[in-house]
Design a protein around this ligand. Structure first.
Ligand code: EPU
Length: 343
């Protein structure tokens, strides 16, 4: 069996992950269409090699070299379907850059993903952790996902329900080796109300007399301004966004925590409460911490940063110390959000 046409060997991955962690791929190939992906997978399989799919590299912690085939998924494509007066469906290649798509969609007057502006990464990665921000999640607009099923060895379509979306979670996150996403389909609206209810966003637009005149592009720009105030740009300061999930606790645990820590920041739901992990970490004194390699962002305690030549091990060591402190002080376990690749 022939190897992928552009097969590279011993390729440095530092520039391909937004934490800028050092790691070398034994083999590397970029694929720009589905056939090339399947060919690369078959070749790796025949050689007995593990594969790792990388899109924007914005949700990866590379802890070691990768002794297999890294496939950079660069399948592009933006195609409108079922255009009607109130909305349209947009089919996107997995390698499309998410934020560019948000600006393109909002700029075309369509609503549904404007609150997800500036989230780093590609369209193919978006369903994996069901990206969400400012009161909106990908699952609110996602119609279906096309993916290569490594078990059945064929392309399949999963509708929204089949993706089993939850807060920062999906079928793809639970079974990371089974499905490789090649395309997503979104249903966008021309008429749905804009979602301006999230604290920071509400405050940003608070002086505006006529919110009805806001366009989706205005909202995307508001989100970008709010994010830029709090979150580091991965191009300037290497990071993967939130390093931990906001932990979900029962109502009973919440009552106990609130009695002990009356100022605790949280998002109460109907039957459980999501705690703001940033608040817990901040209270333990970690915000702005840095050693000579890695640290915690000084405006958002959820974000770990690679300041200077840190490795995946340095990042995980820091995450471990933070988790231990939060468990000691609050009795709450923090779960790491990005995917850890240990070789
Ligand atoms: N807070 C602190 N210290 C901090 C930061 C925040 O005490 O250093 C408190 C704030 O006072 C606030 C609360 O924590 O009351 C929540 O903070 P924020 O509004 O920044 O939201 P978050 O829950 O920390 C989540 C997402 C972000 C997303 C924002 C806005 C998760 C794990 N993170 O953060 O996602 O941008 O909401 O919707 O759910 C990302 O995934 O990379 C990301 C940045």
């Amino acid at each position: 069996m022939d190897p992928p046409s552009n097969l590279g060997k011993e390729i440095a991955l530092k520039s391909m992950n937004t934490l800028r962690l050092p790691s070398t791929a034994r083999f590397f190939a970029e694929v720009t269409d589905e056939q090339a992906l399947v060919k690369a997978l078959n070749w790796a399989d025949a050689q007995g090699l593990e594969t790792l799919i990388v899109g924007g590299g914005s949700n990866l912690v590379l802890v070691a070299d990768f002794d297999g085939l890294v496939i950079h998924l660069a399948i592009k494509g933006r195609q409108w379907e079922n255009v009607s007066e109130d909305g349209a469906t947009l089919v996107l290649g997995a390698g499309e850059h998410w934020h560019d798509v948000v600006l393109y969609v909002a700029g075309s007057g369509y609503r549904g993903i404007e609150n997800l502006a500036l989230i780093p990464g590609t369209c193919g990665a978006a369903p994996v952790q069901n990206i969400g921000a400012y009161g909106v999640e990908l699952k609110d607009t996602l119609v279906s996902v096309k993916a290569w099923d490594c078990e059945q060895q064929k392309m399949i379509i999963l509708d929204n329900a089949a993706c089993q979306f939850a807060y920062r979670d999906s079928l793809f996150k639970r079974l990371p080796r089974r499905y490789l996403i090649v395309q997503i389909k979104l249903r966008l609206s021309r008429t749905l109300p804009l979602s301006l209810g999230y604290g920071d966003l509400m405050q940003y637009f608070s002086d505006l007399p006529d919110k009805a005149a806001l366009t989706p592009l205005d909202v995307a720009e508001g989100v970008m301004a709010v994010r830029r105030r709090k979150l580091p740009d991965p191009e300037q300061i290497p990071n993967v966004g939130s390093f931990f999930k906001n932990p979900v606790v029962s109502m009973a645990e919440w009552e106990q925590l609130k009695a002990k820590f009356p100022d605790i920041a949280a998002y109460p739901g109907d039957s459980s409460v999501k705690l703001a992990a940033a608040w817990l970490i901040d209270q333990c004194g970690w915000k702005g911490y840095r050693n000579n390699k890695v640290g915690v962002h000084n405006h958002q305690a959820l974000v770990l940063i690679n300041h200077s030549n840190g490795t995946g091990k340095d990042i995980l060591a820091l995450a471990g110390r933070i988790r231990a402190d939060v468990a000691d002080v609050f009795g709450v376990e923090l779960e790491i959000e990005p995917r850890i690749i240990s070789g």
